[in-house]
Design a protein around this ligand. Structure first.
Ligand SMILES: NC(=O)c1ccc[n+]([C@@H]2O[C@H](COP(=O)([O-])OP(=O)(O)OC[C@H]3O[C@@H](n4cnc5c(N)ncnc54)[C@H](OP(=O)(O)O)[C@@H]3O)[C@@H](O)[C@H]2O)c1
Length: 265
């Protein structure tokens, strides 16, 4: 099966890497259409895929299309697909605000799937949310699940919850990088070398995330289990609670959702 990307920057590139490194896809199975020759050449030298500025070539050759351009470019790309194809193909869009309704309006009768992945898919640790369009068969939905599930986890989600979930997992890596940097800075302020501080904070985050995923315990229970009353961790947790750090993250999610909703208009 040939997979065609329309746009392959940060997100599209991460999916391509995930497909090749974890999904068993060969470079020859992947095509990408991008805006500039420079990006096409970079994609070719990095992955050996058929990359060009010729979207029509990608649209005609691929069995499945993945739209991974910025939201503002989506209408142009949808128009190209509608113009180039006489019979429908499975079209997935990872672009923010690409509702299945919007995709179906632009591509009448096409099987479309809205996807919200995140960049850790490049390392086989992605989290992708899927929303199914009206004309998608079970087999096509399985294809979508396989494409995004080969390099991470996949969840189907009602589309009215998509923006909230997008804030948590799609934009989430940026928030966690912020926390990693802030924690590392706290260590650096007390003398830890930058490289060591970043390593400690990042490896700790990976370990804690694995515990949250694999232990079967809630994050709150895990936190309690490592917080001895009166101990040093408890002193740190008290600052998080006094400053209502949880409310800061609520605001972070709400602001992200508000912006995501603007893109869907
Ligand atoms: N980044 C994330 O963490 C993330 C997470 C979830 C979803 N998304 C979604 O993924 C989409 C892409 O985001 P991104 O961060 O990957 O952006 P990006 O790095 O700017 O990549 C955009 C890509 O689109 C290409 N492009 C621009 N105009 C095009 C056209 N007319 N035809 C074909 N390709 C074209 C660009 O090519 P050139 O390089 O040649 O300009 C580039 O390859 C967005 O809609 C975003 O909402 C991103």
């Amino acid at each position: 099966m040939k997979i065609g990307f329309l746009g392959a920057g940060e997100m599209g590139g991460a999916i391509i890497k995930g497909l090749i490194d974890f999904g068993g896809y060969r470079a020859g199975d992947i095509l990408a259409g991008v805006h500039t020759e420079k990006s096409a050449q970079n994609l070719y030298s990095r992955y050996g895929i058929d990359a060009s500025t010729d979207n029509a070539h990608v649209i005609s050759k691929a069995d499945v299309l993945i739209i991974a351009v910025k939201p503002a470019v989506v209408p142009e790309v949808l128009q190209q697909i509608a113009q180039e194809l006489t019979s429908p193909k499975l079209v997935l869009s990872v672009a923010l605000g690409s509702t299945t309704q919007m995709l179906e309006e632009a591509l009448p009768g096409f099987p479309v799937v809205r996807v919200m992945p995140n960049t850790p898919i490049a390392l086989g640790k992605g989290m992708s949310l899927l929303a199914r369009g009206r004309y998608v068969t079970d087999e096509q939905m399985q294809t979508a699940r396989d494409l995004f599930g080969c390099a991470g986890r996949v969840e189907e989600l009602p589309e009215n919850l998509f923006d909230a979930a997008t804030a948590v997992s799609g934009s989430g890596p940026a928030f966690i990088y912020y926390v990693i940097a802030a924690l590392a800075k706290g260590g650096m302020d007390l003398g830890l070398p930058e490289k060591t501080a970043n390593l400690l904070a990042a490896q700790m985050t990976a370990g804690a995330a694995s515990m949250a995923l694999l232990s079967g315990q809630s994050p709150a229970a895990l936190q309690k289990s490592v917080t001895t009353p009166g101990g040093c961790t408890a002193a740190g947790v008290a600052v998080l609670e006094e400053t209502r750090a949880d409310q800061i993250f609520e605001k972070v999610v709400q602001a992200t959702v508000a912006k995501a909703q603007e893109f869907a208009k």
